[in-house]
Structure formats: C-alpha cells, structure tokens
Design a protein around this ligand. Sequence first.
Ligand code: PGA
Length: 262
Amino acid sequence: MAGRDRGPFIAGNWKMNLTLPEARGLAQKIVEAGAELRESTIVLFPPFTALAAVGGTLAGSAIGLGAQDLFWEDQGAYTGEVSGPMLKEAGCAYVLIGHSERRQVFGETDETVNRKLGAALRSGLSPIVCVGEVLAERESGRTIERIDAQLAAGLRGFAPEDLERVVLAYEPVWAIGTGKTASPGQAEEVHAHVRRRLEERYGKDRASCAIILYGGSVKPANSYPLFKEKNIDGFLVGGASLDAGGFVGIAGEALRAYREEK
Ligand code: PGA
C-alpha cells in the first residue's frame, strides 16, 4: 500500500512528562477516542517508567506502544541504558531513534543513530528515525545538505528489505517546542526530497510505501493543511500530545484531509 493510501500515522511523544496516574489517564482517553480514529495508526511514546502502565491501559485496543530511545547492545554492563529486547518484552512495537533532543542534549550522532537502528530492527521493533536541520542550517540554505547527511549516515549498511519497517520523521529543530511550525510548503519540500532519496536507495515501490512523518509544533489547527501535502503521511507530536483533546484533534484533522482524498 502506498504511504498515502493508508490513513494518517500519528505518534505522541510524551518526552519526560506525566506521573503514572496521569499517563494512564491520558492513554485511557485516547483509547476511548479510538473508534473515531479507526483508519489511522496511533502510537504513544511514554517515558520508560510508564511503559508497563500505559501498555496495560492500551491492551486490547488498536493503539500502539513505543519507547523514546534504546541502546544499541542487547544486554550487558551499560548502566542506565535500555535495550531492544527489553522494550519488546515491555510491549513496545516502536522506538524513536535520533530525536533532535537526543542529538542536541545527549550528543547522539548519525553513527549512534545507525547502530540503534540496527538494534531496533534486530529486536523486531519498528524504528522511527528522526532527521531535521537547525535554524542556522535553514537560514544558510543548507537544509537539504543536512538531511542528506543524516539519511546517508543514519541508514548506512541496511538492505532494502530491512527498511520496510522503518518510519522516518522530518522534524526541523527550529520548529520543535517553539510554536513555529514549518509551512506546509516548507515541510513538503523536504518530505518529497526524503522520498526521492529513499527511491534512489531502495527503489520506487519501497519509497512510495515509506511512511514519512512531520514533527514540530503540530496542533489541531495546522494538521489538516500539512496532511494535505502529498508526501506527509502523519505526525510526530510532542507538546500537543500531552492533552487528549489536542492529540485526538490532530488525528481527526489529518483524517478529515485523508478522507477528502479517498
Ligand atoms: P513539539 O515536539 O510537537 O512539541 O514541537 C515534537 C517532537 O519533539 O517530536
């Protein structure tokens, strides 16, 4: 199925937020809204400590569970880290890799992204690999160059069939948590470019099936025009995913755009 032939993919990245009761409560509200969002794929990314609790709330629903990061080794003396097999055991189907906060605050590089991608695939998790330029790169006309470098190094060494489970997320760093969203045109330009690059590496069929998310200050008010763009298949939502109404609103607006196209 081509990326655009299926409903929107909406991921909620809760970052380092919410107590356990709050996390369960938010997940419960999203489960209750699930029937309205049936044609979409919804995945929640709570902190590690809330994975079990949220997984329990999501059990029996169509909403998926994911983690915000993983380590590239499967086990061993790596104090503080969590591995792919551990995330699988905790009920995760997805994992975020290379989020810009991990790159900027925790020194992650394209090399670590590449190793983590291997670990995720080996563990049977679907990775969501994040790429995006900082403001200085956009302002100096180096956006595409940056995205190309992240894709080339991050995806190095994988076979086309390995990539069938990979979701990509374009998140301009200047738009994350700032209230500044990329315009639909700005986002589409990068999404179309990412798809062209995937096509060069993995062929037209795989590229057209790839899911490419946009992230960066997505809200119910900008979800519809962004999803109208041909190469935007859904969203990675941060701040607005902490509020059930906002998150469900984003999914609902993307679905409205999707249904109009069908
Ligand atoms: P935001 O975050 O929606 O708060 O901008 C997006 C993200 O970090 O994934």
